[in-house]
Design a protein around this ligand. Structure first.
Ligand code: PLP
Length: 380
């Protein structure tokens, strides 16, 4: 089956008991046992829940992995991954990261003696140099947040494996509709299902997909031991969102392209970051590695913080709010919002200026999004 069909049918057969085409939401915390330790595969809902099982099997299928695991948030999934890396481990992470990922990695560095090296993995020679030394985990986002840089997954996964590392990719921005990291060499994929997979800004959730079944069993053990699992209702909402992921990603991209084309030539704009623009430094790589460019755009305004504030105030269709990936367009100011936990000097060294604004283009009419941005830019 092709991808858009798998979104709806992969590992989601009608309920065997009733024929319901959607999985029932099993709200039970516990399950009757026929005798001690004799059961039908379900004992306690932290360990496994039938609604969550449908979601987990679907996630594994869509990401071309062996095991899918659902979590109560993207950071709950990350915290569970970090349980697998004892003190003394070395983590190499891309230098443009979701702010909460940066914060938790930095916490593990300070509290638990983990070495964390932030590297511009979009630069092949910097990546090669960082991976000459042994590493335990290589943490990649591509496209990165908020600068939309593209990391060459085949190349970096090869170097990371040679350094002895597990290769993890946060695939939240691209989603499996546009990019499947396990097919390109990754061992582990993370999602904040809060974003595009849920797709409607009405839940908080996370997921991991593991390439190898044995490694998957180890992470399933950690999922149960740590306990950061989603409610059955949230598991259902993520599944419901997944059904429309294909059509939504095409609509998000149409909006993002319209917005990027308004921004690029404008004199108030220093730079637009969108992998779909021919001017993007890794446009050719994005074309090879992804089957679309997604719905996220960021823009660096020449007028700095003042211009950013005026631009945000004038937008009418875009709502000022953290998060992304919902049907409604959202806009935010990374330096003071999502990336405020990154110290200013590090932020600025990596290009997160006070004039940077990040737009999550929703599925409204692309012309309305373009008009909104055009009128907010007027007079800047
Ligand atoms: C939001 C986000 C996370 C964290 O997910 P939560 O569900 O908010 O815990 C991780 N990575 C990326 C790229 C994100 O956008």
């Amino acid at each position: 089956m092709r991808f858009d069909t798998r979104l709806i049918h992969a590992k989601q057969p009608p309920d065997p008991l009733t024929g319901a085409v959607n999985p029932p939401i099993y709200l039970s915390s516990t399950f009757r046992q026929e005798a001690p330790n004799r059961n039908r595969g379900y004992v306690y809902s932290r360990t496994a829940n039938p609604t969550r099982s449908v979601l987990e099997a679907t996630l594994a299928d869509l990401e071309s992995g062996a095991v899918g695991l659902a979590f109560s948030s993207g950071l709950g999934a990350l915290a569970t991954v970090l349980e697998a890396f004892p003190s003394g481990s070395r983590i190499v992470a891309v230098d443009d990261l979701y702010g909460g990922t940066w914060r938790l990695l930095d916490h593990h560095r300070q509290q638990f003696g983990i070495r964390v090296d932030l590297v511009d993995l979009t630069d092949p020679s910097a990546a090669r140099r960082a991976l000459l030394e042994k590493a335990d985990l290589v943490w990649i986002e591509t496209p990165t947040n908020p600068l939309l840089k593209i990391v060459d997954l085949v190349r970096v996964a090869g170097a990371a494996h040679a350094a002895g590392a597990t290769v993890a990719v946060d695939n939240t921005f691209a989603t499996p509709a546009l990019q499947r990291p396990i097919e390109l060499g990754a061992d582990l994929v993370l999602h904040s299902t809060t974003k595009y997979l849920g797709g409607h800004s009405d839940l908080i959730g996370g997921a991991l997909v593991l390439r190898d079944p044995k490694v998957g069993a180890r992470y399933a053990w950690l999922q149960n031991a740590v306990g950061a699992v989603p409610s059955p209702f949230d598991a259902y909402l993520v599944l419901r969102g997944i059904h429309t992921l294909g059509v939504r990603m095409r609509a998000h991209e149409a909006g993002a392209r319209a917005v990027a084309e308004v921004l690029e030539p404008h004199r108030a704009v220093r730079a637009v970051h969108y992998p779909g623009l021919a001017s993007h430094p890794q446009h050719a790589l994005a074309r090879r590695q992804m089957s679309g460019f997604g719905g996220m755009v960021s823009v660096d305004l020449r007028g700095g913080a003042t211009a950013a504030r005026r631009f945000l105030r004038r937008l009418r269709v875009f709502t000022l709010a953290e998060s992304l990936g919902g049907v409604e367009s959202l806009v935010e100011h990374p330096a003071s919002m999502t990336h405020a936990s990154v110290p200013r000097d590090q932020r600025e060294a990596h290009g997160i200026t006070d004039g940077l604004v990040r737009l999550s283009c929703g599925i409204e009419d692309p012309s309305d999004l373009a008009d909104d941005v055009r009128s907010a830019l007027r007079g800047l």
